[in-house]
Structures are given as structure tokens and as C-alpha cells.
Design a protein around this ligand. Sequence first.
Ligand SMILES: [Zn+2]
Length: 92
Amino acid sequence: MIKYQITKEECANRCVGRVCCRCGEPLIPIETVDNSNNPTFWAGCLSCSIFSPGTTMKMYNTAKELHKNYSNISMDDLCGIVRYIRVRFWKD
Ligand SMILES: [Zn+2]
């Protein structure tokens, strides 16, 4: 039996309530290998073909709203900016 660094179930638990920063779709566990070539599951988005810790739907929607006025800034960056503001200034 293969020993996964992070099992599909552990990864799925980390995906709960989190969405892709780029498209807003729910994150899912994707089977891959880590840097030491050990099998593992990482959170990611198949539509965007990326591995990502994602963001919450609330932060994604805030970033998407900002994107209407700041379309020159990528959704990835806007999600990062929203997260920064939330962590630094809105400790809710
Ligand atoms: Zn996506």
C-alpha cells in the first residue's frame, strides 16, 4: 500500500470552504508527488490547472468586486491584498 504524505481525506478536509483565487471554484484534492517524489495530495483547481491553498468565498467575492475597478491587478494578487488587509486590520 502506498504511503501518502498527505492523504486524499486530509487534503479534502483542508479544501472545505476554500475556493480557487482565479475562478472561484471549490478546491479539490489532486494526486501528485512532492519534491522528494513521494505520492501526496495537494489542494488545487483543475479548471485553472494550479495547486493552491485558495481563499474563502467571502475573500474571493471581495477580490472580484475590487477587480471591476482594478482590472489591471490579477485576481491572484487581489485575493492576496484582501487577505493582507483582513489579517492586518480586520481581525474578525
Ligand atoms: Zn480555478
